[in-house]
Design a protein around this ligand. Structure first.
Ligand SMILES: [Zn+2]
Length: 472
């Protein structure tokens, strides 16, 4: 009986060891998926730079890098690299009300359905009461505009805003059906002392507004948007290479997203870009579990991307190690279940690198295409003459809406992107065993011997058990 128990224990132990060996080092789409799910959850509040939820996400990534024993690449021997940033924030409630000539409330519009605050240009927080500037009523202080440059974030918009303010405009209604459950904290890094209270309105309510205006009704608009000066933090973990003279390889993804609406509706940003962050952290886990790479690999989670690529810009201008000759592969919106091929997006400022990656993909029969697009963090590198591309699965159907949830992410998408990353790494001096482009997934190098051990031990144990039991 005792012998039987010992043999059983031996068998279980061997089985456990083989399982651990088998599963330890291969790229796990499941792990990438689970991290994505975690960072998409409610407590991270949509990860807007400067917000408490963003700080929680930052801490999560920092702890992950720490657990992998990556070398800190941030300020003062920490993982965090801080930078200043102006971010539009929504802190209190908004409303949009209409009163008749006796001052009686006749209509209160619904936030997120009929209207919503707008953060572009010289948008300010505040309350404006008055009449609508329509037809003959030219002296009113509230206007409906469809002037595009005024309704987007650009220098021309600021100039227009200043002109309107000089003409007595205090609030602006912008028709914007697509913006009532859409967010972008994109902001030119500019501070202003005064501005205009701006809201988007559903086109459905515009005829009614004009009607109310004809009856001399008055309007009251309160918006809660404010631009705050805060701190963003990139999270940087370094896996030091054997040869410090080789230029480093940077793998990156932005972890920030667009936050939440004034009524508390959260934008989880699962595909954009909890997914890229989950993928990055899983890559960090895989590569740090292999033997020391030939060249240094830096894992960087950027903050402030949604505001205007500000984290990556700061990183490139203040790198922890020399970036001369470096290459960056950035991940933004990977893991889409859409079945779209991986897109290699690149900046016109530096396009040869994208051609090279596309050639690698084609030579390995990986479905991929390239697109010119400067709206992700690779652009900050290209602006500074460093080779960089973003790998993306171009599914924009739910971008920056509350519907960008885990339904928008699948393990199969991660696998495809890893296939392309692996093909690229195989052509670079990163791991000596990676140089062979035909080499299997790094996990297979462990999986095959692991499976061998498992089969042999199982057979041996059955043989021994059989002998023992038949003796009893
Ligand atoms: Zn985004």
């Amino acid at each position: 009986m005792k012998l039987k128990r010992i043999i059983n224990l031996f068998f279980i132990l061997l089985f456990a060891i083989s399982t651990i060996v088998c599963g330890k080092d291969g790229f796990s789409p499941k792990n990438a998926y689970n991290i994505t799910k975690e960072l998409s959850s409610g407590k991270y509040r949509g990860r807007l730079v400067g917000d408490s939820g963003n700080k929680l996400a930052r801490d999560y990534i920092e702890d992950y890098f720490k657990s992998l024993n990556l070398k800190p690449g941030g300020d003062n021997n920490n993982y965090l690299q801080a930078f200043d940033i102006y971010v539009p924030s929504v802190t209190t409630s908004c409303y949009f009300k209409v009163y008749d000539t006796n001052g009686k409330l006749v209509k209160e519009y619904k936030y997120g359905e009929d209207f919503k605050e707008m953060t572009y240009g010289a948008s300010i927080s505040g309350k404006v009461s008055g009449q609508l500037k329509t037809g003959l009523r030219t002296q009113a202080n509230i206007m409906i505009t469809e002037n595009i440059s005024t309704t987007f974030e650009n220098p021309r918009g600021y100039t227009n805003d200043l002109e309107l303010m000089a003409n007595g405009i205090k609030a602006m209604i912008v028709p914007g059906d697509g913006y009532l459950r859409f967010r972008s904290p994109y902001k030119l890094q500019k501070q202003y002392d005064e501005g205009i209270v701006k809201i988007y309105a559903s086109s459905k309510i515009l005829p009614e507004l004009r009607n109310f205006s004809k009856k001399d009704y008055s309007f009251e608009i309160k918006s809660s948007t404010n631009v705050l000066l805060t701190k963003g933090s990139n999270v940087i973990g370094i896996l030091e290479g054997k040869d410090r003279n080789l230029p480093p390889l940077i793998l990156s993804a932005h972890f920030d997203h667009v936050g939440f609406d004034g009524d508390g509706v959260i934008y989880p940003g699962s595909l954009d870009n909890a997914s890229g962050t989950g993928f990055l952290l899983e890559c960090a886990r895989v590569f740090s579990s292999l033997k020391q790479p030939e060249r240094t690999i830096m894992f960087v989670a950027f903050d402030g991307e949604e505001v205007g690529l500000l984290g990556s810009k700061y990183f490139v201008e203040n790198p922890p190690i020399n970036l001369q000759g470096a290459e960056c592969i950035n991940f933004d919106m990977v893991g889409s279940p859409s079945g779209l091929p991986v897109s290699i997006i690149y900046s016109a400022k530096k396009s040869e690198f994208a051609d090279e990656i596309l050639n690698i993909a084609h030579s390995q029969n990986i479905p991929a295409k390239s697109n010119i697009n400067d709206s992700s963090d690779h652009d900050s590198f290209c602006t500074n003459g460093i080779n960089a591309v973003t790998l993306i699965q171009y599914d924009m159907s739910k971008i920056h809406t509350p519907e960008d949830t885990m339904d928008n992410v699948a393990e199969s998408g991660f696998k495809e992107v890893y296939g392309l990353l692996y093909a690229y790494l195989s052509t670079r001096e990163v791991y000596s065993s990676f140089i062979n482009p035909q080499a299997p997934d790094p996990g297979l190098r462990y999986l095959l011997p692991g499976a061998g051990i498992l089969i042999i031990t199982t057979m041996a144990t059955f043989y021994i058990l059989n002998k023992c039991y038949s003796r009893e």
